[in-house]
Design a protein around this ligand. Structure first.
Ligand code: 3HC
Ligand code: NAI
Length: 712
């Protein structure tokens, strides 16, 4: 039958009648977020369906790739505009004609709440369902906390809300979240067929609010709530919204539906007002914005089907796994056959461990390893589209490798270095095609860590930078553009706040106190635990290498050297800053380390003083923020948000604090600057206020004011 003319709703929501079925389509690219116009459109469309006597069933659909990706995140923090989503959902549920939601793509957050408010639910293959509000510092605020447990049980609903991760169509059906799963690609056809069937059979409306948790299921539900509460401190340390989620779900057992909804609304508002919500939403947008760089706006990525990797050590092997996991065949070059065999074994070891832990099946391991090949002759890289060099951190070694690549690789191949610190401009000058040379700085373990710094030398072509960002997307990594300098963004900032930690050590704090304060702030580990994990020998070698060029005005703290001289390199040697008896990974405090520190302080003539946790964090953060400001000021990072993203995804900065420069805005730049000036009175060589920080304070501006989009 020919569709009826469109009802006069907002453009973003269109509706038409197909026989007895009223079809409502949300068409608000890119992801059908539920902004005010969509909410108004939905409300009007349901009203129209209600009024039309010919209508016997209503079908709600999303146009494009997704059903609905949730509330419009950009509206949070602004005055709410009616109708609220919770009222829209209530209106859908109150419709006197059966409402079907047909889901293709993602139904997330408020999108899933619309699904929960519908009376019948249909999923197509590839449909994804999630309540990810927790990842934004929120809880489902449109009835999700009250409807999801009624439909799928308290335990499964809590998992969905506390994890924030998506589940697929089959699992959603098994959990009772959807009624029907259909094979097919067209939500309109599948939805219409279901709605017609319901209309023909006179199917009743089924308001989710009317469902009750069965008395027999009450004990299990209470247990699930208790277990979730018990996990709060461990799994959700420092976070505000998870406890509110649990309390809201508790209301499903204790209170009538409308009271539960009011409570949910109340908690939602509380969450909206927290700095955590602001930080997490900053992070959501920053992560996406970081990929928008001028070069990627000006050029298309080069084709990328085959990858070469030179070096099969810690990084080369990890990078190989990351590529293989993304379906990219890898050819690895090593300096000789035994090293190549070690490289292959390093790659296999990662996969074997996944198989052993049940994370990957053996056939899949073999398939991925089957895409790996190795050689000692660079000719094997003749058809590679991109090569990542991950050999020793030594300019002479790397230049020799690049000379080989220059000879063997086809024209247009991207030549990348994974160097941590070396000058990529200099490296680019050693080849005949500097426009193809770029830095791709992975972090260890490279197959796991999300951050990829894309280091942009002077002469690099735009499409090579675009290729770096396209690769990051393919590897599911978060890419940040960085300029060339010693340590790029992350390692350069790390070097400075590490120094601040060393100075506190020299002045009286213990490594255990510092680690505890840093963990208390929300980092997963403190700097001395990290040093023990990475191996003290690495930092020691770097300190020796840099000794001739060290700034003589900067204090040097030799305590770490004293540990290394004893062979205490950390976990791998059973002791470092901590003791690791019998190869354990949980360190114990070591009185001998404290004695060595006392001895060094005595030799330096320093009288130790007491540091509170707050003293420690003020210095640690002031050092981090100040160097981060320098990195932005010097154009090494495009914007403050790029620094935030690098520290969040490469250095364990707590997500709910939004990165060092978002955090600085929150604390107040004047406060940070005053701290730096106070510390400078003790040590003016180390504590030099960044010109950008001073300028922003003088102008009464924030780092966030510099966070404009940079896409060309
Ligand atoms: N609100 C506003 N904008 C959104 C959005 C949302 N909910 N979700 C995505 N966008 C924007 C992105 O910022 C991006 O904009 P840009 O092109 O200008 O950078 C664009 O949509 C495309 O997004 P992605 O680049 O992320 O596209 P993908 O295809 O990779 O991913 C997605 C799509 C899986 C839907 C992903 O965007 C996503 O996870 N979105 C957020 C989902 C979410 O957290 N929803 C819950 C919101 S809170 C809520 O609903 C509260 C309710 O309970 C009251
Ligand atoms: P590694 O010592 O574990 O591995 C280096 C590998 O390169 C060895 O397998 C060696 O045989 C091979 N190699 C050396 N010279 C070669 C040559 N001429 N041709 C072919 N292969 C050669 O070192 P790692 O840790 O993997 O570091 C590699 C690079 O990655 C360095 O530039 C380092 O700075 C950088 N990096 C290291 C990180 C880490 O955490 N280890 C993190 C990020 C970057």
């Amino acid at each position: 039958m020919a569709p009826h003319p469109a009802h006069p709703t907002q453009d973003v929501v269109t509706s038409r009648r197909e026989g007895s079925v009223f079809v409502i389509t949300i068409d608000h690219p890119p992801v059908n977020a539920l902004g005010v116009a969509v909410r108004q459109g939905l409300m009007a469309a349901i009203e129209a369906a209600e009024q039309d006597p010919e209508v016997q069933a209503v079908l709600v659909l999303g146009a494009g790739r997704h059903f609905i990706a949730g509330a419009d995140i950009r509206e949070f923090g602004k005055p709410p505009q009616p109708p609220l989503l919770t009222d829209v959902c209530n209106r859908i549920e109150a419709c006197t004609k059966p409402v079907v939601a047909a889901v293709q793509g993602s139904a997330l957050g408020g999108g899933l709440e619309v699904v929960l408010a519908a009376h019948y639910r249909l999923a197509l293959p590839g449909a994804k369902f999630a309540l990810p509000e927790v990842t934004l510092g929120l809880l489902p605020g449109a009835g999700g906390t009250q409807r999801a447990p009624r439909l799928m049980g308290v335990e499964a609903a809590l998992d969905l809300m506390l994890d924030g991760k998506p589940i697929g169509a089959r699992q959603a059906q098994a959990l009772g979240l959807v009624d029907r799963w259909v094979d097919g690609t067209d939500p309109v056809q599948a939805g219409l067929a279901y709605a017609r069937e319901l209309a023909a059979s006179g199917a009743p409306v089924r308001p989710t609010r009317d469902l009750r948790i069965a008395v027999a299921d009450m004990p299990a539900a209470s247990q699930a709530l208790d277990a979730a509460r018990a996990s709060l401190n461990k799994k959700y340390r420092g976070l505000f919204s998870p406890a509110r989620i649990i309390d809201a779900v508790q209301a499903v057992l204790d209170r009538p539906f409308d009271e539960g909804l009011r409570l949910e609304r109340d908690y939602f508002r509380q969450c909206l007002d927290t700095p955590q919500r602001q930080a997490l939403i900053h992070t959501f947008f920053a992560e996406r914005e970081a990929a928008k760089v001028p070069e990627a706006g000006r050029a298309q990525p080069r084709p990328l089907d085959r990858v070469g990797i030179v070096g099969g050590g810690t990084m080369g092997a990890g990078i190989a796994v990351a590529m293989l996991d993304a379906g990219l065949p890898v050819t690895m070059i090593e300096r000789d056959e035994p090293s190549l065999e070690r490289g292959r074994a390093n790659v296999a070891k990662v996969y074997d461990s996944l198989v052993k832990r049940g994370r990957l099946d053996a056939a899949e391991r073999d398939r991925r390893l089957g895409m790996w090949s190795g050689a000692t002759d660079y000719q094997a890289l003749a058809d590679a589209d991109l090569v990542v060099e991950a050999v020793f951190e030594d300019m002479a070694v790397k230049s020799a490798v690049f000379a080989e690549l220059d000879r063997a690789c086809k024209p247009g191949a991207v030549l990348a270095s994974n160097t941590s610190y070396l000058d990529i401009d200099q490296l680019a000058k050693t080849v005949s095609r500097p426009q193809d040379v770029i830095g791709l700085h992975f972090f260890s373990p490279a197959n796991i860590m999300k951050l990829l710094e894309i280091v942009v030398p002077d002469q690099v072509a735009d499409d090579v930078v675009a290729t770096g960002f396209a690769l990051a997307r393919r590897l599911k990594k978060v890419a940040v553009r960085a300029g060339v300098c010693d340590g790029f963004i992350g390692n350069r900032i790390l070097a400075v706040y590490r120094l601040a930690a060393d100075y506190m050590l020299a002045d009286g704090a213990s490594p255990y106190q510092i680690d505890q304060a840093v963990r208390g702030f929300g980092f997963p580990m403190g700097p001395f635990q990290v040093a023990d994990l990475a191996g003290g020998d690495i930092g020691w070698a770097a300190r020796k290498r840099r000794a001739p060029t060290r700034d003589p005005n900067l204090r040097y703290v030799p305590i770490a050297d004293r540990l290394c001289e004893r062979g205490w390199f950390g976990q791998k040697t059973g002791r470092g800053w901590y003791l690791y008896p019998e190869g354990g990974r949980a360190g114990q405090e070591d009185p001998e380390v404290l004695a060595i520190m006392d001895e060094e302080r005595r030799k330096a003539g320093a009288a130790p003083r007491a540091f509170t946790q707050e003293d420690i964090m003020r210095r640690y953060m002031a050092a981090m923020i100040n160097e981060a400001a320098n990195v932005v000021h010097q154009g090494i990072a495009l914007r403050p948000l790029d620094v935030d993203v690098a520290m969040l995804y490469g250095f364990g900065f707590p997500r709910y604090r939004g990165g060092p420069l978002h955090y600085a805005d929150h604390v107040g730049l004047d406060v940070v600057l005053a701290d730096i000036r106070a510390f400078a009175a003790e040590d003016p060589h180390f504590w030099k206020p960044s010109p950008l920080l001073v300028e922003l304070v003088e102008q009464g501006r924030h780092f966030n004011d510099l966070n404009q989009s940079k896409q060309g």
